[in-house]
Design a protein around this ligand. Structure first.
Ligand SMILES: [Zn+2]
Ligand SMILES: [Zn+2]
Length: 349
């Protein structure tokens, strides 16, 4: 079934406003904290039973990918993973409650902090800066498509231990008369390092490219809060495609790299280091399901896709900058001229 939040004053939809960190009705201006809204719209999460009338809902079940809008009754089509979306007819935010309960209940959420308006401004600045950015990337029609999306993550805590042995040398030279002496001291170096890695995030959505999400980090976890459905109102959201077990190898690969780097960084001051044995053991302590905010814009240019992504909390931008052919050609001409000049000068000498 789908749910949405109605303004207690005028029944218009309420959406989460990142800059105010409140639920806001854009129709009459009513502002409520998530807790306040929770108070007045209590419902039983397990049975889905409505306690008060503030919730609009319909009787569809989540086994289907089509729902009736809780406001206008129009049909909302979703894919299997959508947990929050908009009615394409009336624009009201709708949350797919069955996909956010039971095992699918996120443990935490980092709420959006950057509003659509600020996201658009930051995108414009970015598009302006690129000397090769095609002008169509700055068109209003393109910018309108920027989307606030809560991306599902698994967040892991691991205990890691690494044993390492290395054959190392220290070499020094000295000179006596016509003779040069080389002294080589040999060392066997061993390390036993134990470390705990907390809150390692791993993107659990199939659609988001892993490398993009890795670069969108870090998030400030001090602003992480317990999950409440109202935070999703006004954004798109998806449930995880991959379980914590399925994604553990990705997290473990990163942790193995971290503990290896940490351990190796303690071996210094030698002329040569030759690792003869290294062995790491990882123990998973915890995996928690959480949602992180990202502004996304899909761009298409010269039959290539580009993804603009921005951390919805910190504003950090990750994007492949597209190259405009016209601007590229101008740049090449510039380079050719300079190169020719330099070559001509070199030729003279
Ligand atoms: Zn209102
Ligand atoms: Zn509707």
């Amino acid at each position: 079934m789908v749910r949405s939040y109605q303004c207690p004053g005028c029944s218009a939809p309420m959406q989460f406003n990142g800059e105010k960190q409140k639920m806001v009705c854009e129709h009459c201006g009513t502002e409520l904290t998530v807790e306040e809204l929770d108070e007045i719209s209590k419902f039983d999460v397990d049975t889905g039973e409505q306690v008060e009338g503030e919730f609009a809902e319909t009787g569809d079940t989540a086994e289907f990918n089509s729902f009736k809008c809780s406001s206008c009754g129009a049909e909302i089509l979703t894919d299997d993973n959508t947990t929050a979306t908009f009615c394409s007819f009336c624009g009201r935010p709708n949350m797919v409650q069955n996909r956010l309960s039971g095992e699918l209940t996120p443990k935490h959420v980092i709420p959006f902090k950057i509003n659509k308006q600020s996201a658009v401004e930051k995108y414009r600045e970015w598009a302006k800066k690129g000397i090769f950015t095609p002008s169509m990337f700055s068109s209003n029609a393109t910018i309108e498509k920027i989307t606030g999306m809560y991306v599902p993550f698994w967040m892991y805590d691991y205990n890691a231990r690494m044993n390492l042995s290395a054959n190392c040398t220290k070499v020094r030279h000295s000179r006596k008369g016509d003779y040069e002496y080389t002294y080589t001291d040999h060392y066997i170096v061993t390390r036993d390092v134990e470390a705990q890695y907390d809150k390692l995030p791993t993107d659990a959505s199939e659609k988001m490219p892993d490398d993009v999400m890795d670069k969108v980090e870090p998030y400030n976890y001090n602003e992480m809060t317990d999950f409440e459905m109202p935070y999703l109102s006004g954004y798109y959201s998806e449930k995880y495609n991959f379980t914590a077990e399925q994604l553990a190898p990705r997290a473990e690969k990163r942790i193995r790299q971290y503990i290896t780097d940490t351990t190796r960084s303690t071996i210094s001051g030698y002329t040569t280091v030759n690792i003869t044995r290294q062995n790491s053991q990882l123990r998973k302590l915890k995996a928690e399901y959480m949602l992180m905010p990202v502004w996304i814009l899909n761009l298409r240019y010269n039959e290539k896709d580009f993804l603009f992504a921005m951390n919805g909390q910190t504003g950090k931008i990750v994007a492949d900058r597209p190259l405009s052919k016209g601007k590229m050609a101008a740049w090449y001409i510039g380079i050719t001229v300079v190169m020719t000049l330099i070559l001509a000068l070199i030729g003279r000498f």
